[in-house]
Design a binder for this molecule. Sequence first.
Ligand SMILES: NC(=O)c1ccc[n+]([C@@H]2O[C@H](COP(=O)([O-])OP(=O)(O)OC[C@H]3O[C@@H](n4cnc5c(N)ncnc54)[C@H](OP(=O)(O)O)[C@@H]3O)[C@@H](O)[C@H]2O)c1
Length: 230
Amino acid sequence: MGAAIAREMGRAGARVAVHYHNERTRAGALAAQIGHGAEAFQADLSDTDACAALWQAVSGRFGRIHTLVNNAGIALCSALDGDLAGWEATMAVNLRAPGILSKLAIAHFLEHGGGRIINITSRAAFRGDQPPYLAYAASKAGLVTLTRSIARGFGKAGVLAFNVAPGFTRTDMAGAFIDQYGEDYASSDIALTRLTQPGDIAPLVTFLASGLADHATGCTIDVNAASYVH
Ligand SMILES: NC(=O)c1ccc[n+]([C@@H]2O[C@H](COP(=O)([O-])OP(=O)(O)OC[C@H]3O[C@@H](n4cnc5c(N)ncnc54)[C@H](OP(=O)(O)O)[C@@H]3O)[C@@H](O)[C@H]2O)c1
């Protein structure tokens, strides 16, 4: 999903910082394909220092940043035992990292005349999720509220914040879920014939980043093919 968003933002004229964790080659190739000064930056977002270092690296290289998209996320399947590793890892990547990056972005935007934060949350934040994904759903609900608080707290200073909440979307993450529950489970509750793809999400992110939707600050845009309408 991040690759589709980066491509779409590049097509719209943005200079894109492509963040990756493990996929160095894919991220480098993507940045080269996007062109227009795009560059790839590595960071393990489960590490608090690495989050700050990522922001410093991008702002050091690009100068003014206009938009932060918090897209990276993990969906770990965890059992109902006392092991908190999955819970901690999920909260670190899905909620703490966007929190750290958002705080750094807000400070930068306040200094430079504003900016936009777009958080990729999930249908799970509203509908809930399967029992192995308790932490995932909780982390995404936290992200929704982070966005709303930024929107309410910093709008007058020109800092806007939006949620995009995909439903089941055909990505690497979805592949693991399909392996576990089957394709029918993923597609049975949607109102359209094909599963959502990253290309169905990316244009909305670009639109929110464009400034054409600033009075929707604080909103959540659902992209779940009417599988959960609330
Ligand atoms: N797919 C769905 O059905 C669905 C539905 C609702 C919401 N979402 C949300 O959409 C977003 C994108 O998901 P996706 O489906 O595209 O997942 P994905 O294919 O598994 O990609 C996850 C991305 O997160 C990065 N990442 C994972 N762990 C990281 C870490 N510790 N530090 C830094 N980066 C890390 C990965 O980087 P590398 O590849 O470089 O390792 C990858 O770019 C996530 O926030 C997800 O929760 C997805």
